[in-house]
Design a binder for this molecule. Sequence first.
Ligand code: MF3
Ligand code: CO
Ligand code: CO
Length: 255
Amino acid sequence: MVRKNKFGVKIYDESSFEKMSKACKLASKTIDYLKQFVKAGITTKYIDKMCEEFILKNGGKPTCKGYSGFPASLCTSINDVACHGIPNDIELKDGDIINLDVVVEIDGWHGDTSKTFAVGKISEQHQNLLRIAEEAMNVGIESVKIGGCFNDIGRSIEQYVKKQKGFCLIPKFCGHGIGQNMHEDPLVLHFETYEETSTIEKGMFFTIEPIISCGSSNVREMKDGWTMVTKDNGFAAQFEHTISIGHDEKIHILT
Ligand code: MF3
Ligand code: CO
Ligand code: CO
């Protein structure tokens, strides 16, 4: 059973949590499994093949495959690609950074998570980029409180990132509600807004997934209609978790 709060955000009942937890656990196991293939000489197409096989073998389905025509089971975003990179035949090389973003469906429920990895040895600036991107997500997660609102998340991430010299948020991409669809209301902004945002309540599922750039905060879309690249080709990194607000009044990281 699902109802909506006055902001139109779905409130799921207790029985949904076990199902979400299953999908999210498999999503996170998938990223852990794929980590071993992140090395120089491997193509993202190969990682995608390993991803699809692993998800299917474990009783799930790759949500992204076929979603609005997306051709693969995960997004592989390398270096200046901020997000939505399509797996291809180019080999990873030492010094690259790569984000793997996977969404898994089990019995109609979706779990969404991503991590950015270093390929071999990366520069100190890019090491800092990965650390700041992960910390930005964690700062957002720590700001989540029952009775608070989504603006608390955006404000805390914005304040954290503004203190990091040489790094900025890419504001175009947001977190989102999730559950029986990959993308549900609300949009979870990673910066403060002056519009009223929904309260955070028991029974909600949503993601937090700020993208941090060490170059421009603007992106352009490549001709493939998916790949988002930073305007000045500075590197970008992202980490993402799916969170639940439990009926036990606790905040759970499901992925
Ligand atoms: N995983 C992305 C997100 O975090 C969405 C992927 S878009 C798709 O929301 F087309 F690849 F599915
Ligand atoms: Co994702
Ligand atoms: Co997401």
